[in-house]
Design a protein around this ligand. Structure first.
Ligand code: ACO
Ligand code: KIV
Length: 565
């Protein structure tokens, strides 16, 4: 054997002229078929039991999947019994078709027919492998022999179906040339054409031709070329429904499916969260939600993805990864500063502009569309920036910090995340905010205060302030007048040491928490001695008092800063 990478045979692309799929776009949902209970189940360490399969089946029905491969009933007693319970237990809604898989082998086909009796809508799905490799190493046959396996099975299935169809069963057929992507396309066309003929397919009684990437071995564009070639060449294209059954060995199952749809497929077999053999089948959630984010109705309902995920993890004992598209724990979370900044600005833009569209950078989908609106979008660690901390203060605690204050509070938070080296919680951020700005108790304290407001004949407000202030052990009275509470307070403290601050900026708003409403004031002062600027924040049920507390907060912070220099 050749060493290393040289032992692999490169994929031989199908030549195709004037391919059309690159110019197409997806405009509607395909027919969806879930293969969770078969391909997904056969790949589990512990296959699902009856109760788990029933619960899973009902979830798929609730999602809106109309074709569900329920298993391989001829494989074992367990599989057979599950099929019988679904049929006899009345679990299958009238608009849902169950699909059963079987190898192209007589005794298994016969057993499968036993298993489906009494069902209303059934797709009988049979397969045999057609690839050059499997012909060589598994079946030891030429193409005629492989075709005969398929057509013998088709004949048997066709004959055995007649009485059931006469009795009113809506019985349809599906054939998979398994390992299609390892098959020469002209031979794939030939064997599928033979199967269509032996099943007497017509445009009225179409047969599903399911073209699997049983083991994904080529790039999605190469697969799309194969599929377009196949669709062009297959005689009786209008007697067939072209179905995809992508696996994910190269990690490109979703791309292969999407390009396959462009290249002419009508139907997709997929599983929730991409469970299935090896690296899995293609993920139905990702495919559907990708359509959703392009403004296309996928005709599947994933509005409560967490509930579906919980069922999936319990029944399969497989975890859904934190980065799994649309469903992973972290897929709507930004830790990094520039992402947080843009998300913050995007949310603001959406509020301010009243746009009809979802226009938030770094969030390709509204988390509410999959029921995840209550999860934190922004989380804080040492990669985060000032916008993130401000976002948390606003969205979790109602403090709409002035933009000019973001850098200062951002650096308080950054200092903490650097020190602890881990994520910090919103509660800790709120605590830092209170410690830094609101609970700055001293050296100055306002012990008592009174305002008197008069309005003159021309409607101008005139405010008189009187207060008692404590500085360490000294208590002193101050009074002043002005055209508003802040002005009056500033005039009152003129002459005190506190007066060496000039007033630069002010913002305020109400914070409502249930029935309780408080005013918050953000004050920016400048120390005239060294030009340094200090923010202070005041919180009070009294709207006149909040700014005063804010002023004292800024002054106290300045004092403490000088003290520590
Ligand atoms: C790609 C896919 O996922 S296909 C689905 C795969 N799923 C499963 O296999 C799960 C359920 N399967 C089973 O429980 C078992 O395989 C059974 C019960 C169906 C069959 O069991 P067995 O007959 O004991 O064994 P096995 O599946 O290995 O059969 C191998 C024989 O069938 C032949 N064979 C395999 N697949 C097919 C097929 N699709 N059509 C016709 N013959 C086939 C093989 O060439 C081999 O023949 P040989 O005995 O002459 O060498
Ligand atoms: C039976 C077929 C469709 C299959 O599961 C595969 O090829 O992966």
């Amino acid at each position: 054997m050749k060493p290393g990478y040289q032992k692999y045979i490169p994929f031989q692309p199908q030549k195709i002229e004037n391919r059309t799929w690159p110019d197409r776009v997806i405009t509607k949902a395909p027919v969806w078929c879930s293969v969770d209970l078969r391909d997904g189940n056969q790949a589990l360490v512990d296959p699902m039991n009856l109760q788990e399969k029933l619960e899973y089946f009902h979830t798929l029905v609730d999602i809106g999947v109309k074709e569900i491969e329920i298993g391989f009933p001829s494989a074992s007693e367990t599989e057979y019994e599950i099929c019988r319970e679904l049929i006899e237990g009345g679990h299958i809604p009238d608009d849902v078709t169950i699909q059963v898989l079987v190898q192209a082998r007589e005794h298994l086909i016969k057993k499968t027919f036993e298993a489906i009796r009494g069902a209303k809508n059934v797709i009988l799905h049979f397969y045999n492998s057609t690839s050059t490799l499997q012909r060589k190493v598994v079946f030891h046959m030429d193409t005629d022999g492989i075709t005969k396996i398929a057509t013998d099975a088709a004949d048997l299935i066709y004959e055995m179906s007649k009485p059931l169809i006469d009795q009113g069963m809506n019985l349809r057929f599906e054939y998979s040339p398994e390992s299609f992507m390892g098959t020469e396309m002209d031979y794939a066309v030939e064997i599928c054409q033979a199967v269509l003929e032996h099943l007497h397919a017509t445009p009225e009684r179409k047969v599903i031709l399911n073209l699997p990437t049983t083991v994904e071995n080529c790039m999605p564009n190469q697969f799309a070329d194969m599929l377009e070639y196949f669709c062009r060449k297959i005689p009786g294209r209008d007697s067939a429904i072209i179905s995809l059954h992508p696996h994910n060995d190269r990690g490109t199952g979703v791309a292969t499916t999407e390009l396959g749809l462009l290249a002419g497929a009508d139907r997709v077999e997929a599983t929730l969260f991409g469970n299935g053999e090896r690296t899995g089948n293609v993920d139905m959630v990702t495919l559907a939600m990708n359509m959703w984010t392009q403004g296309i109705d996928p005709e599947l309902d994933f509005h409560d993805i967490n509930k579906i995920k919980e069922m999936f993890e319990r029944c399969t004992k497989m975890p859904v990864g934190d980065r799994q598209p649309y469903a992973g724990k972290l897929v709507f979370t930004a830790f990094s500063g520039s992402h947080q900044d843009a998300i913050n600005k995007g949310s603001q833009y959406m509020k301010d502009s009243g746009t009809e569209y979802w226009e938030i950078p770094y969030l390709p989908i509204d988390p509410a569309d999959v029921g995840r609106e209550y999860e934190p979008i922004i989380r804080i660690n040492s990669q985060s920036g000032k916008g993130g901390a401000a976002y948390i203060m606003e969205h979790n605690f109602g403090f709409d910090l002035p933009k000019a204050m973001h850098p200062e509070f951002g650096s308080v938070v950054q200092h903490e995340t650097d020190a602890v080296g881990t994520e910090i919680t919103p509660e800790r951020i709120n605590q830092l905010f209170h410690q830094t700005y609101i609970d700055v108790d001293g050296p100055y304290k306002l012990l008592k205060h009174a305002f008197q407001e008069t309005i003159d004949g021309e409607g101008h407000s005139h405010v008189a302030f009187q207060g008692t202030i404590q500085h360490t052990d000294t208590i002193f009275q101050v009074s002043g007048e002005g055209n508003g509470p802040i002005d009056a307070f500033f005039n009152a403290i003129k002459g005190e040491k506190m007066a060496r601050f000039s007033f630069l900026d002010y913002a305020s708003h109400a914070i409502t928490d249930g029935s309780d409403s408080q005013g918050v004031a953000y004050i920016l002062l400048q120390d005239q001695r060294d030009g340094k600027k200090y923010w202070g924040v005041g919180l009070s049920h009294n709207i006149n008092l909040a700014p005063l507390r804010g002023i004292l907060s800024a002054i106290n912070r300045a004092k403490r800063a000088r003290h520590h220099e």
